[in-house]
Write a protein that binds this ligand. Structure first.
Ligand SMILES: NC(=O)c1ccc[n+]([C@@H]2O[C@H](COP(=O)([O-])OP(=O)(O)OC[C@H]3O[C@@H](n4cnc5c(N)ncnc54)[C@H](O)[C@@H]3O)[C@@H](O)[C@H]2O)c1
Length: 324
C-alpha cells in the first residue's frame, strides 16, 4: 500500500526531498503546508492530486497522513512537532532541531512518551565513506579530529540572522559535529571562539558570526577542533579528518581517503545518502522497525546540545560542559 506523505515548508529542501520521493515506489506526496496558501498550492501543483494548506491542523484533519516531513528554518520549529506528536504521526525533520536546546529537549520528552518514529536529516551518517570509516575505526585507536565547513553565506534572509538560523555552527556545521559524534562518541566539553569579520560589512542585516573555531573534548579522551566560515565567495572544503594510530582518515561528501605510512587508498561515494535516509525512515513507518534509522531525534538532540554549547561558550568566553 502506498504511503501518504505531507510536507511542512515549501522551500528549496522540500523540493529536493520531493524529487527523490517521486522516484520511490509506493510513496505519494499528497499535502503541503506553507506560510501562505499560495506558496503551498504552488508546491502542491507539481504533484498529481496533492493539495496545499496554510494551516497544519487543517491539513492533518483533511488527510490521513502516514508521515510528515518538516523542512523549515531553525527558528520555525516547535508547534509542528508538538501537533504531530499529539496525533501520533511519525516525522522526518530537517536539521538543525532548533535555535537552542530547551525546545528540542521538550520535543524529545514528548516523542519518548509516545514512542514515535522520528528521523533527522543528518545525512552524512548514510554516506558510503562514513560506513567505511565505521569499519576501519573498529580496528583503530583515535587520537584527534579536525573538522571544517568552509563556504559562502546562503542567500536566504533567515540564515544571516542569529534568531533565524542560530548561526553557521548550529545551522550547517552541526553536520560535522554529528559525523564526529557518530564515529568518535559523545562530547564532554566545548570551548568556542567566534567573530564577525566580513559579512556584516557587505550584506544587510547580518547578525551571525562569520568565522569560528570550536575545541571539543570527547568522553573517550580524544580531542577535536571544528572550524567554520561563511566569508568565502563560493564553496570551500567540508569534511572531517580523523587521526588514528594507523594513519589518517579524510572523510568528505564525496569520498574517504585512508592515508597510511606508505599508502593512500580512496573510496568514492556511490550511493546517494539522502535516498538511504528516506528508505530507512519510510521502512520504519511501514513496518515499525526503526533499526535502519541512523539519526533518530533522541540522538540528534545530543548533536544540538554540542552545537548550542558552542554558541554559549563563544558568548561567555568559558568552556561549557555537556550533560550526556
Ligand atoms: N540536510 C541537508 O543537506 C540540508 C540542505 C539544505 C537545507 N537543509 C535544512 O532544511 C531546512 C529548510 O531549508 P530550505 O533550504 O528549504 O529553506 P528555504 O528558506 O528555502 O525554505 C524554508 C521554507 O519554510 C517555510 N517556513 C518558515 N516558517 C514556517 C512555518 N512556521 N511553517 C511552515 N513553513 C514555514 C518558508 O516559508 C519556506 O518555504 C533548514 O533547516 C536547512 O538547514 C538541510
Amino acid at each position: 500500500m502506498s504511503l501518504k506523505i505531507g510536507f511542512v515548508g515549501t522551500g528549496s529542501f522540500t523540493r529536493f526531498h520531493c524529487n527523490l520521493l517521486s522516484k520511490m515506489e509506493d510513496v505519494e506526496v499528497t499535502a503541503f503546508c506553507g506560510t501562505s496558501l499560495d506558496k503551498a498550492e504552488k508546491a502542491a501543483s507539481s504533484w498529481n492530486g496533492a493539495k496545499g494548506y496554510d494551516s497544519l491542523a487543517t491539513m492533518l484533519d483533511a488527510q490521513a497522513l502516514d508521515a510528515v516531513y518538516i523542512c523549515v528554518p531553525p527558528m520555525a520549529h516547535g508547534a509542528t512537532e508538538f501537533a504531530l506528536i499529539e496525533r501520533g504521526i511519525p516525522f522526518f525533520v530537517e536539521k538543525p532541531l532548533g535555535l537552542d536546546i530547551e525546545l528540542p529537549t521538550e520535543i524529545l520528552h514528548r516523542i519518548n512518551a509516545q514512542k514515535l518514529i522520528t528521523s533527522v536529516g543528518y545525512h552524512f551518517r548514510y554516506m558510503d565513506s562514513t560506513k567505511r570509516a565505521v569499519e576501519l575505526l573498529e580496528q583503530r585507536k583515535t587520537g584527534m579530529a579536525l573538522g571544517h565547513w568552509m563556504g559562502s553565506m546562503p542567500k536566504v534572509g533567515w540564515w544571516r540572522k542569529q534568531d533565524g538560523s542560530g548561526g553557521q555552527f548550529i545551522e550547517q556545521t552541526s553536520h560535522i559535529i554529528d559525523l564526529m559524534r557518530y564515529l568518535m562518541g559523545d562530547v564532554e566539553e566545548v570551548y568556542a571562539a567566534y567573530a564577525n569579520r566580513v559579512m556584516h560589512e557587505v550584506e544587510d542585516g547580518v547578525t551571525v558570526p562569520d568565522v569560528g573555531t570550536v575545541t571539543v573534548k570527547l568522553a573517550s579522551g580524544a580531542v577535536a577542533t571544528i572550524s567554520n566560515t561563511c566569508i568565502l565567495p563560493g564553496d570551500g572544503p567540508v569534511g572531517l579528518q580523523i587521526y588514528t594510530d594507523q594513519g589518517l582518515l579524510e572523510i568528505t561528501r564525496d569520498s574517504i581517503r585512508e592515508l597510511g605510512k606508505s599508502f593512500v587508498i580512496e573510496h568514492k561515494n556511490v550511493n546517494n545518502p539522502y535516498v538511504r535516509e528516506h528508505e530507512a525512515f519510510l521502512h520504519a513507518v511501514r513496518t515499525g522497525d526503526g533499526s535502519g534509522i541512523l539519526s533518530p531525534y533522541a540522538d540528534s538532540v545530543k548533536t544540538q546540545e554540542v552545537a548550542y554549547a558552542a554558541t554559549r561558550s563563544a558568548a561567555s568566553g568559558a568552556p561549557v560542559r555537556i550533560r550526556n
